[in-house]
Design a protein around this ligand. Sequence first.
Ligand code: 5BU
Length: 272
Amino acid sequence: MPDKFTSYEERAKRHPNPAAKALLETIVRKKSNLCVSVDVTGKADFLNIIDIVGPYVCLIKTHVDIIEDFDASIIDRLQELSKQHDFLIFEDRKFADIGNTVALQYSSGVHKIASWSHITNAHPVPGPSIITGLSSVGKPLGRGLLLLAEMSTKGSLATGSYTEEAVKMARAHRDFVIGFIAQRSMNGVGKDTADTTDDDFLVLTPGVGLDSKGDAMGQQYRTPEEVLRDGCDVIIVGRGIYGKGPSVDIQSVREQAERYRSAGWSAYEKLL
Ligand code: 5BU
């Protein structure tokens, strides 16, 4: 485990994976460790929110399978916005099947995730073959994978030895697995004492909110300061920024995006 806190800038210089490197560079360039999770079901709202929050984020997280009027033009526009506002894209697909199936789900179907999403994620539950499957598609494209080592929900089963095994799986596939969805730093977790290599896993953390402690369906929120103090690198915020709908208040979305960007960045600066 690195013995001291290392800046995003230092980590960007040495990270071997192109998606992780690009994410760290974007964080530094924009002074933003904020990822907005755009969980809305209409194409117009989806693209509108991304256009508004784009300047404040390093990363946009999507669940493209919830969009009712999905078509390929959404992806074209998303990619344009990603260039215009300088952010990366993370499809929160949570793959969980055998290697052959996840490779097909990642590359094909309606969404063709690998062709546009810089980062995606997977449950470690099937074992290392899920990484082999996804890597066969994503690695040649310079993509990066996160494993779900922990979850933000009440009663999550991803704890203890499950989490440790996830980290060990990642360590054995450092070229493609860039880090975790987790609630704390995973560097050093489950590590053999004979292993002297440094871990530098990115930790992206959902379950972040400034005004609420949770929702009625098991979600639990902590503040940006709490999660950064626990070693997380990127805060993932959804409803804290655009509310619960049905309509999107543009001015408020912009204000909340800047509020969370600034909270995430000052929490980081305190650790330097
Ligand atoms: P929220 O509106 O900030 O609660 O949205 C959180 C998002 O992060 C949502 O898209 C979830 O699917 C996602 N998420 C999560 O909340 N907790 C987890 O442990 C994981 C993903 Br993994």
